[in-house]
Write a new protein. Sequence first.
Length: 281
Amino acid sequence: MELWDRIQEAVDAVRSHGIVPPHVGIILGTGLGRVAQQIRDAKVVPYEAIPHFTRSTVIGHSGQLVCGRLEGLAVVAMEGRFHIYEGYTYQQVTFPVRVMRALGAQLLVVSNAAGGLNPHFARGDIVIIEDHINLMNGNPLIGPNDERLGPRFPDMSQPYDRGLIERALEIARRENFVAHKGVYLAVTGPNLETRAEYRFMRLIGADVVGMSTVPEVIAAVHAGMRVLGISVVTDMCLPDALKPIDLDEILATAAEAEPKLAKIVSGILAYEAARLHHESK
Ligand code: HPA
């Protein structure tokens, strides 16, 4: 079955739960799922109930779409995302973005837990993604292109929306916490990086490194969505002072930083709601 038809089947299944057409799609990263609990009038659709969706297996993820309202805006949130290291294909990992877009979402807010490469960053800091480097071994757009979904050669000169980046930084300043701008580098994982790799990543211009986000952003840009990407620095990756990874510490740091993420997400949505209201007048 063609991708287009699989998307339509998934959209029909989600709509059958009586959801409001979403304006915003939200993807919540490892240890960052609680933002979904603030969604009002939530209708929850487990991934098992959606044709062609895969299940999420990783710890810190549950696996459901949460549809409802946040700051007055209709949203659809993925609680639990798919990773390449779980064995999914790039098409499977980005399928939910296609479904969000087909449901009506025009804006994608995507979050992740990431390692900090920039020595000015600290564990628990927020990084607003201003650009990315794809060092994964694939791309969701490889294969025949369906022009109904997007162009063959999508432009990547500005994948992350400038206005939203500035707005997110402004929210952090107003709320009195640290948020940086930075370049996100994506690898497949699942192993953490070697010291030589961290050194290389820093050298080529990356500020944070993680195992997600870039495939979803490529699909979103292909589909014509505006994108805001947010990393939570869960561990520092300084090649000359590297400590062994502690997964519990990563999850704990993500949980501690989550209120900051929630503030940025709700601030951005409130801003977007005001903008839409203004446009409709
Ligand atoms: N590397 C890759 N992915 C990550 C890291 C890291 O150091 N920390 C959290 N996700």
